[in-house]
Design a binder for this molecule. Structure first.
Ligand code: IMP
Ligand code: MG
Length: 177
C-alpha cells in the first residue's frame, strides 16, 4: 500500500456501548447450562475479551485459530485450522465469536466442523457484518454493526498483521485511490 490512510468508522465508545447491549442479550438468552465462547484467532481476541466481561453469568473460553486470508485483503477461499479447541464442547451451548463476517466462507466451514462435536447449540456473535460480499449463507445471532463493503482495521482486525491494537474501527484505504 503506497500511502495508507485511516478514517474512523466506529469509535471505541460506540463499540463499548454495543458490546454491553450484546452482553445483556446473551445473558438473557442463556439462563442455564454451560456456555462456551469460542473466539476465532486472531481477529476476535479483543472482542471476545470485552464480550466475556459484558455477559453477566459464568462462561468458559476456548479459541480456534483459522487462516483463510493470507496477507492480502481478499480471502483465499481456503480455510486452514491453525489451532484447535482445547476442550470438548459436547453438550455445551457454544457461541462462536468472530470479528467480521465477510464472504461467510470461514464461518460456514467452522459451523460444520463444530456441529460434528455434538454441542447442545451453536450460535454466532460477530462484531461486524459485511453482507454485500456474502458467498455462503450464515446466520448471525448477535451482530455488533452491519457495515458497507469497506476494508476495516483496528479493535483486533488487521491488514497484513498491522493495526490490530487501534481502539477504533477504521477504514483503511490507499491514499492514492
Ligand atoms: P470470510 O470467510 O470471507 O467471511 O472472512 C472472514 C475473515 O476475513 C475475518 O475473520 C477477517 O479475519 C477477515 N476479514 C474480512 N473482512 C475484513 C476487513 O475488512 N478487515 C480485516 N479483516 C477482514
Ligand atoms: Mg478472522
Amino acid at each position: 500500500m503506497n500511502n495508507p490512510t485511516l478514517r474512523v468508522m466506529i469509535s471505541d465508545a460506540e463499540i463499548d456501548k454495543r458490546i454491553h447491549e450484546l452482553g445483556e442479550k446473551i445473558t438473557e438468552d442463556y439462563k442455564d447450562g454451560d456456555l462456551v465462547l469460542v473466539g476465532i484467532l486472531k481477529g476476535a481476541f479483543i472482542f471476545v475479551a470485552d464480550l466475556a466481561r459484558a455477559i453477566n453469568r459464568p462462561v468458559r473460553l476456548d479459541f480456534m485459530g483459522i487462516s483463510s486470508y493470507g496477507k492480502g485483503k481478499t480471502t483465499s477461499g481456503e480455510v486452514k485450522v491453525t489451532k484447535d479447541l482445547d476442550a470438548s464442547i459436547e453438550g455445551a451451548n457454544v457461541i462462536i465469536v468472530e470479528d467480521i463476517v465477510d464472504t461467510g466462507v470461514t464461518l460456514s466451514y467452522l459451523i460444520g466442523q463444530l456441529h460434528n462435536r455434538k454441542p447442545r447449540s451453536i450460535r454466532i456473535a460477530a462484531l461486524l457484518d459485511k453482507p454485500d460480499r456474502r458467498l455462503r449463507p450464515v446466520q448471525v445471532s448477535y451482530t455488533g454493526f452491519t457495515i458497507p463493503d469497506e476494508f476495516v482495521v483496528g479493535y483486533g482486525l488487521d491488514y497484513a498483521e498491522d493495526y490490530r491494537g487501534l481502539k477504533d474501527i477504521c477504514i483503511l484505504s490507499d491514499g492514492a485511490t
